[in-house]
Write a protein that binds this ligand. Sequence first.
Ligand SMILES: *Cc1c(COP(=O)(O)O)cnc(C)c1O
Length: 451
Amino acid sequence: MQTKFLLGENRIPTHWYNVIADLPAPPAPVLHPGTLQPVTPADMLPLFPPQLLEQEMSGERWIKIPDEVREIYKLWRPSPLIRAHRLERLLGTPAKIYFKYEGVSPAGSHKPNTAVPQAYYNKLAGTKRIASETGAGQWGSSIALACQMFGLECTIYMVRVSHGQKPYRRSMMQLWGAEVLASPSPRTNVGRAILARDPQNQGSLGIAISEAVEDAATHDDTKYALGSVLNHVCLHQTVIGLEAKEQMKEAGDYPDVVIACHGGGSNFAGMAFPFVADKAAGKQVRLLAVEPASCPTLTKGVYDFDFGDTARMAPVVKMHTLGHDFMPPGIHAGGLRYHGASPLVSQLLHHGIIEARAVGQLSCFEAAVTFARTEAIIPAPESSHAIRGAIDEALAAKAEGKPRTILFNLSGHGHVDMTAYDDYLSGKLVDYEYPAEKVKESLAHLPKVPA
Ligand SMILES: *Cc1c(COP(=O)(O)O)cnc(C)c1O
């Protein structure tokens, strides 16, 4: 019984897959946050290098991966596909469970898949420094290491609550050469204004994004980088699903359902989008995004235009959103606490091509512990949502007494998240209700976009 399905370095994909080519309708326009008119490349050039903007708007189905990027991908790609034999046996399910393991990257998650090309295109364009934000620290550490690979400076605005709770992520970023500031910080106008009103403000991803965008927009040699949500980020992540399809072939299987956790949508996009192409060609495959019940963007948000950040400096995009000033509770899966979702993931959900499900924090940690005790890998709290989804699918197959082939993305390991496991094991972790009132309040503040 084979467990690991490995590909040689020569099988690293040569092209990223662009799902826009297979959408049933063109994507909605991206709007300027001030005028609410469609943005022009000139609006975005202070923030992003031209090649990334081109990818952001491209309708080409296949986009070549530069050799310099594939060289760095070789440090950990292709990532393994693993059959979860022990988990299957424990569940007593007729289902087969496969997972793609992105925790083998140097930062321990899928995020370097996009950090590396983003740093590369910035280097090509003559950028000296990248300003970015990080919540739990996974993105910050990924962009820090990518900047280090290409000799760029890096400034990270880290959500204050995580800056305190996750000292080791901060150390990783510093080790890879980045400067790390607790956000809100005194470095930007946005940060200073928030601190003047509320010196104890614990920060949010939305605030940290505003700070990094302001930093990039006000310095000529500095550009901004985002670790999720945007089209080019989803594009870069498709190496995950493209490899997984090859590996499933080697296993002699094809998934009935493909599952990933959902924060801003990038690891879900990376795993699921290459299967959208199959679906567009008539194949039967379910694509399931699993999100936290405390930040239920896809299952309880509206599909409408909203700002990408709290300070309303980032572009306005059509997406599933809980409102740009929605402040999610401090759950341990910090990477899943964004108010919005990738416009591409949102559009696919809107067209019924993908599905979404929300799950509670405690049931995710229970799934993570079951996984660690069978498959031995300690999952990132974010990834535990995908595990919950996969276990529930396997149990549904058992209840029906029918086989089912399940493929999920294990987006990262939890080695730097052991405080979360300590809290779970000592019974300190709680479930949060769906914050209906807060969502309602926040949704009242969506921009009024002229039809
Ligand atoms: C950041 C992160 C996520 C969530 O981000 P997406 O853009 O939704 O993928 C999920 N898992 C891990 C391990 C992460 O670091």
